[in-house]
Write a protein that binds this ligand. Sequence first.
Ligand SMILES: [Zn+2]
Ligand SMILES: [Zn+2]
Length: 242
Amino acid sequence: MFLKYKNNWLLFNQKKPCVLCRQTTENPDAICSGCAADLPWLTLCCNRCALPLNSTPEHPTLCPDCLKKPPPFTQIIAPFEYRFPIDQMILQAKFNNRSYLLPPLAYLLADKLKQSMTEHSRIPDLIVAVPLHPSRLLERQYNQSAILAKIVAQQLNIPLSNNLLIKQNKTPHQASLDHKTRQKNLKDSFRCLSTPPTSVAIIDDVVTTAATATEISRLLLRKGCQNVDVWAIARTGKELFF
Ligand SMILES: [Zn+2]
Ligand SMILES: [Zn+2]
């Protein structure tokens, strides 16, 4: 009898080590509260595109780019600035096969979204991950945004679709390209396979120039969607475009 339940008991009492400091933690997101407090939380940012801002500007809190030309998406929400150790975690997760680093970040993103939803009460009908080109997916074996999207959708109880969008053109890695080149590269590289619902949230790992977010938002709006939100783990500052 005891033996039968012994393993289950061990399973329930298992403490996960923090993915950053390896100390045991009972947090389900596997980042201990000490490490979480030291993360580069994004606090002051553009209300629309989440660009980190140095000072508190007057209302409305918009960056000069969004004031000049409003983007097609309604709002980008990201809990972190793309700085250490978040940048390293994302790079390791994407290019070094360490996908176990993604769930802790997804839980922290979901927490931030729960908070923002109570403030703004805009709940999308559907969550969609930024798709990878099939050959990139084959190379990496997983889509980092899809891993994030699955956890966020479960946490927020919002439907998730893995087949609304596809990436039809293989584009070069966006690193080292400026905003205009990124936007040009991405033009018509995504396809929307069916009619989207009224409100969609796109999940990406990092928003750098917002070229991907802009391209997918335009596509969804063209297909009849009324509102596109963009949710990401991290947002780069202007000086950090890479
Ligand atoms: Zn820790
Ligand atoms: Zn902005």
